[in-house]
Design a protein. Structure first.
Length: 152
């Protein structure tokens, strides 16, 4: 069996920054990506997640997680980093950021920590992170990124 190799965090951050700069030259539309330190979390390892924004335009930002011990309910990250369950029949989902002007953000502001690196205990399962941009006040999600993560 082949040993899994991890990319050092500094290299990941460097790649994300490089992609921001390169993609900014190539495209003016809003872009979003969700990055984690790994997509397979072994027992005793930590998990952290960051959202990377790029491009131009005004957007509301939504970040959610579902699966594993959370079941099928979408839990949205609020602006303070808390998790709020979303029940569609009870109202609109919680925004991570509201009416954000992507063009006015400094590069450092385009990389937002969603989940600090934390150890995961007794929550094995398959999870999916979602990160999306919407037209302010709408739920149209013209830009959506997903990332599956397995916690063993």
């Amino acid at each position: 069996m082949r040993e899994k190799r991890k990319m050092p965090n500094r290299l990941r951050l460097g790649l994300a920054t490089g992609l921001l700069v390169f993609a900014g030259i190539a495209s003016a539309a809003g872009q979003i990506a969700i990055l984690t330190n790994d997509t397979i979390i072994e027992p005793g390892e930590e998990l952290g997640a960051t959202v990377v924004l790029n491009g131009d335009g005004q957007y509301d930002v939504y970040v959610a997680i579902t699966g594993g011990v959370l079941g099928e309910t979408f839990y949205l990250f609020d602006s303070n980093g808390g998790l709020v369950p979303w029940i569609p029949t009870e109202g609109l989902p919680e925004k991570f950021r509201s009416n954000l002007d992507l063009a006015s953000l400094a590069i450092q502001e385009k990389m937002i920590q969603v989940l600090p690196r934390i150890p995961l205990v007794d929550i094995a399962g398959n999870y999916t992170f979602y990160a999306g941009l919407t037209t302010p006040g709408q739920l149209d999600f013209p830009v959506l990124d997903t990332l599956p993560v397995e916690v063993k």
